[in-house]
Design a protein around this ligand. Structure first.
Ligand SMILES: Nc1ncnc2c1ncn2[C@@H]1O[C@H](COP(=O)(O)OP(=O)(O)O)[C@@H](O)[C@H]1O
Ligand SMILES: [Mg+2]
Length: 83
């Protein structure tokens, strides 16, 4: 979705979904449901940090049949922090 100030990108998969008691933790560092050695729990943490540093927002909604990630990014670089 395109507005004057921002662009919104939605990506939906058809995977297993994310349980309600996990969805608030998926952006936390080291949160993973994968086996030791398979997952680091850093993927979404890093994505969240990058989006935030550019003045954007990311969120996730999920059901039992898939997950939708919504990213909103400002068009203006002025919204991004300088450090
Ligand atoms: N598209 C997805 N569908 C279902 N679960 C997901 C999805 N993306 C992330 N998750 C859940 O969030 C957790 C954290 O993801 P991530 O930060 O990428 O770390 P990792 O992939 O190393 O586990 C995953 O272990 C999984 O439980
Ligand atoms: Mg990952």
């Amino acid at each position: 979705m395109d507005t004057d100030d921002s662009i919104q990108l939605k990506v939906t998969d058809n995977g297993v979904g994310i349980p309600a008691d996990h969805i608030d933790r998926i952006f936390d560092p080291f949160f993973t449901t994968k086996d030791t050695g398979d997952g680091t729990g850093l993927g979404l943490y890093v994505v969240h940090a990058i989006v935030q540093r550019h003045g954007g927002e990311i969120s996730a909604e999920s059901s039992g049949s898939g997950t939708t990630f919504v990213i909103r990014m400002p068009k203006s670089a002025a919204a991004a922090p300088t450090s």
